[in-house]
Design a protein. Structure first.
Length: 155
C-alpha cells in the first residue's frame, strides 16, 4: 500500500502524520523487501557463454562478438540482450545464432510451411504470415535451404 493510500485508509488529513506513525527506517524497508521476495521476483539469471579464443586473440577488443546468452534453442550475440526489444522473438533477430538442434527444427518447420503453402488454401493474411515465417527460418538455416527442404527432406 502506498503512503498516500495508507494516509486515506487511516483517515489522516496530513501526510506527515502518517509518516510519523509509519516510521519507515532503512532497516524496516530492507526487511519489507526481503519479506516480499522483491529481489528474487525481479531478477533472473541467464547462462552466458564467453568465446575465450576471441578474448585471448584480441578480436573482442576490436568489436568481434565474444559473449553469447544461452537461450536454450540457440544463442543471442547482442551485447545489450538485457535491454533488447526482441527478447521474446529472438529467432527473427539479426543477433540470433541457432543452436545445433534449432537448425534441425528450423529445417523441419520450413518443410512443414512449404507443405502448408502447397497443399491447403490459405487467406492472404495466412499466406503473408507463412512467407514471413519462411524468410525467418531460411535465415536460420542458411544458403541452400530451398533445395534441402524440397529435395529429400531435412538432412
Amino acid at each position: 500500500m502506498s503512503l498516500f493510500a495508507l494516509k486515506e485508509w487511516l483517515g489522516h488529513s496530513r501526510l506527515e502524520s502518517t509518516q510519523w506513525y509509519a516510521k519507515v527506517t532503512p532497516d524496516k524497508l530492507t526487511e519489507a523487501y526481503l519479506d516480499a521476495r522483491y529481489f528474487e521476483r525481479n531478477v533472473a539469471v541467464v547462462q552466458v557463454l564467453l568465446d575465450c579464443a576471441a578474448i585471448e586473440s584480441g578480436a573482442a577488443a576490436k568489436g568481434e562478438t565474444y559473449k553469447y546468452v544461452h537461450l536454450g534453442h540457440g544463442y543471442c550475440a547482442n551485447p545489450y540482450w538485457a535491454q533488447c526489444v526482441h527478447r521474446m522473438a529472438c529467432q527473427r533477430c539479426e543477433f540470433y545464432v541457432p543452436g545445433a538442434s534449432s537448425k534441425a527444427q528450423a529445417l523441419e518447420a520450413d518443410a512443414h510451411n512449404l507443405k502448408l503453402l502447397e497443399q491447403i488454401p490459405v487467406t492472404e493474411t495466412e499466406r503473408k504470415a507463412l512467407e514471413g515465417d519462411r524468410k525467418a527460418l531460411q535465415k536460420l538455416i542458411g544458403p541452400g535451404a530451398d533445395q534441402r527442404a524440397i529435395g529429400n527432406g531435412a538432412p
